[in-house]
Ligand binder design. Structure first.
Ligand code: HEC
Ligand code: HEC
Length: 226
C-alpha cells in the first residue's frame, strides 16, 4: 500500500511538471507567433478603407472617433502610431497581454491575419486624436510632469508623443482612469505590460502613478505622422 502511495505521488509529480513545461512551451510559442505576425503586418501597407470596415466592430467600445469611454474602461486609440497599434493587437492575440474583451474582439475571426491588422491600424492611426478632457488639479499635474520628466520622457518623448520607429506608445491625452488603472496593474505585475515597465512602476510608487495619469491625461495629444 505504501509503495502504491509513493508511485501515485511520483506519477502526479511527473504529470504536474510536464503540464508546467507544456504551458511554458505554449507561452513561448504564442510569443513567437505574435512576433511573426507583428513583423508581417508592419511590412504591409495598410488599406484604410478596408480598415474602416473592420473598425465597425471596434467602434462599439472605442467609439466611432476612437476616443474610448469616459469611465476610463476603454482606452482612446485614435491617432496612435500604427506600429504601436499593430503590436498591441498582436500582443492581445498571443496572450502576451491579457484582457478577455480584447482577446475576443481582436481574434482571428474578426481580424483574420497580418493584412487585417495593418488595415485597421492604418485607419485608427489616421483618426484625429481625441483630447481626454482631463483637467486634474494643478498641483497633481505639476507633480506628474516632474515624475514624467524624470522617469518616462527619455522613451515616451518630451510631449509624450511616443516614437513610431521604436514602437513606444503615445501617452498624451490618454484617459486618466484608464492610465491610472493600467499603471497600478503593471506595478502589481499583472500581465498587462512587460517586465521592464513593471519594475519601473513599482519603484515609482502609487502616488506618483496617480499624478502621472493626471498629467498625461491633461496633455493635448499630437497626431501620429502619416
Ligand atoms: C467589447 C469592447 C471592445 C471592443 C469591441 C474592442 N475593444 Fe479594444 N479595448 C477594449 C478594452 C476594455 C481595452 C483595454 C484593455 C486593457 O485594460 O488592457 C482595449 C484595448 C485596446 C487597445 C490597446 C490600447 C492601449 O493604449 O493600450 C487597442 C490597440 C485596441 N483595444 C484596439 C481595438 C480594435 C482595433 C478593435 C476592433 C477590431 C477593438 N479594440 C475592439 C475594449 C474593446
Ligand atoms: C526604456 C524606455 C521606456 C521608459 C523609461 C518608459 N517606457 Fe512606457 N513604454 C515603453 C515601450 C517600448 C512601451 C510599449 C511596449 C510595452 O508595453 O512594454 C511602453 C508602454 C507603456 C504604456 C502602455 C501603453 C499601452 O497601452 O500599451 C504605458 C501606460 C507606459 N508605457 C507608461 C510609461 C510611464 C508612465 C513611464 C514613466 C514612469 C514609462 N512608460 C517609461 C518604453 C518606456
Amino acid at each position: 500500500m505504501r509503495s502504491l502511495g509513493i508511485i501515485v505521488a511520483f506519477l502526479s509529480l511527473v504529470l504536474a511538471s510536464s503540464a508546467f513545461a507544456a504551458s511554458a512551451a505554449a507561452a513561448r510559442g504564442a510569443a513567437a507567433a505574435a512576433r511573426a505576425e507583428f513583423a508581417a503586418a508592419v511590412g504591409m501597407p495598410g488599406d484604410s478603407a478596408r480598415g474602416a470596415l473592420l473598425y465597425r466592430t471596434c467602434a462599439a467600445c472605442h467609439a466611432p472617433n476612437g476616443g474610448g469611454t469616459d469611465n476610463g474602461i476603454v482606452p482612446a486609440i485614435a491617432g496612435q502610431h500604427a506600429r504601436v497599434l499593430i503590436e498591441q493587437l498582436a500582443d492581445f492575440r498571443s496572450g502576451e497581454r491579457s484582457d478577455a474583451t480584447m482577446e475576443h474582439f481582436g481574434d482571428r475571426q474578426r481580424l483574420a491575419g497580418p493584412q487585417a491588422l495593418a488595415d485597421v491600424a492604418k485607419y485608427v492611426s489616421q483618426l484625429p486624436p481625441v483630447a481626454s478632457g482631463g483637467s486634474g488639479d494643478g498641483a497633481a499635474v505639476e507633480r506628474g510632469a516632474g515624475a514624467y520628466g524624470r522617469a518616462c520622457a527619455r522613451c515616451h518623448g518630451a510631449a509624450a508623443e511616443g516614437d513610431a520607429a521604436k514602437r513606444v506608445p503615445r501617452l498624451a491625452g490618454q484617459r486618466q482612469v484608464y492610465l491610472s488603472r493600467q499603471l497600478h496593474a503593471a506595478a502589481e505585475r499583472r500581465p498587462r505590460m512587460r517586465a521592464q515597465h513593471a519594475q519601473l512602476f513599482k519603484r515609482t510608487g502609487p502616488r506618483d502613478l496617480d499624478d502621472l495619469a493626471v498629467y498625461l491625461a491633461s496633455l493635448m495629444p499630437i497626431a501620429a505622422p502619416r
